[in-house]
Design a protein around this ligand. Structure first.
Ligand SMILES: Cc1cc2nc3c(=O)[nH]c(=O)nc-3n(C[C@H](O)[C@H](O)[C@H](O)COP(=O)(O)O)c2cc1C
Length: 306
């Protein structure tokens, strides 16, 4: 029997608070459907742009203690082709919302990609203004409050579906960006994308990744992500989605207590398997039964209570 544990993000109803994070198993309708059927409450696709992108040459991923560093370079077929995957998913799956992650090199591009994704059936979009390894998009935009504001406004003006903004932790004060996104009309915030990082091979004395720098994910970044969610929750009224290093129900609960209304899972899928969505839902449910909680909402932000 499937565990249900209702949650809600930006008026999108989820059967449980677990979501697939962008970039992991998120490029084809087949893999997205596999995750949906494995028990995820919602699915976020790989980030997609206006034009096809090849990404970076290998090596693009390296394993480090407690995590991965990746600099894949946002490979994707472009929204023109990707709409077919969105349509294929939506034709057979209506119970697990599909959120399309979009990026662009200008606010117009963001709005155009978002609009095409929604026309193809996306239930919401997540703006990737936080990728740490591609120039002139991602983190470079997410570190510029005015640019961030313009992008969110343009996308909001163009589509009717909810707009989620995914923030980078690679700033000195993440609350400035959360507040900007909210003022520009964002419906929710995802925190966080990967932390800019590097590994050097001491045999060759060279960086391991072809791109030199990449983004660190996995358990190594969990305390940073929890801190970001906690800080953002104190500043904005829109819901926060927690992401970064979650690999079991206890991790998920930490994020919820910090202020997350739902959580996303990425790297743990590579280290474990897609049974993780059901396991986390089950673990949270058992915890709630034991403690007498009736809904997730009662736990969201508990760590802020005096
Ligand atoms: C291989 C890989 C690819 C990723 N691709 C994307 C992407 O396309 N768009 C995006 O917003 N985040 C991307 N991310 C970041 C994840 O969605 C997530 O924010 C980050 O990995 C932290 O969560 P985790 O520790 O559970 O993986 C990627 C992460 C990894 C490891």
């Amino acid at each position: 029997m499937e565990e249900t544990l209702p949650a809600e993000i930006a008026k999108i109803k989820l059967k449980n608070p677990t979501m697939l994070a962008a970039g992991i198993l998120g490029m084809t309708a087949k893999s997205l459907l596999r995750v949906a059927r494995a028990g995820a409450g919602a699915i976020v696709t790989k980030s997609v742009g206006l034009n096809p992108r090849a990404g970076y040459p290998n090596p693009t991923i390296v394993q480090v203690k407690c995590g991965l560093i990746n600099a894949i370079g946002l490979p994707n077929p472009g929204i023109g082709i990707f709409t077919e995957e969105i349509e294929e998913y939506k034709a057979v799956e209506d119970n697990v919302p599909l959120i399309v992650s979009v990026y662009g090199f200008s606010s117009e591009e963001f709005a155009e990609v978002a609009s095409l994704a929604v026309k193809a059936g996306a239930d919401a979009v997540e703006l990737n203004v936080s990728c740490p390894h591609v120039e002139k998009t991602g983190m470079e935009i997410g570190q510029d409050p005015e640019m961030l504001h313009e992008i969110v406004r343009k996308v909001k003006n163009k589509i009717k579906k909810p707009v989620i903004v995914k923030l980078t932790p690679n700033v000195s004060d993440i609350t400035i960006y959360a507040e900007k996104a909210e003022r520009a009309g964002a419906d929710a915030i995802t925190a966080i994308n990967t932390v800019k990082a590097m590994k050097i091979d001491i045999k060759t004395a060279k960086p391991v990744l072809a791109n030199k720098f990449g983004g660190l994910s996995g358990p190594a970044i969990k305390p940073i992500a929890v801190r970001c969610v906690y800080e953002i929750f104190e500043i904005v009224k829109i819901p926060v989605i927690g992401c970064g290093g979650i690999s079991n129900w206890k991790d998920a609960l930490e994020f919820i207590m910090a202020g997350a209304s739902a959580i996303q899972i990425g790297t743990a899928i590579a280290f474990k398997d897609i049974g993780i969505f059901k396991n986390i839902t089950k673990g949270i449910k058992l915890y709630m039964e034991k403690k007498g909680y009736r809904s997730i909402k009662e736990i969201v932000g508990q760590a802020h209570k005096k």
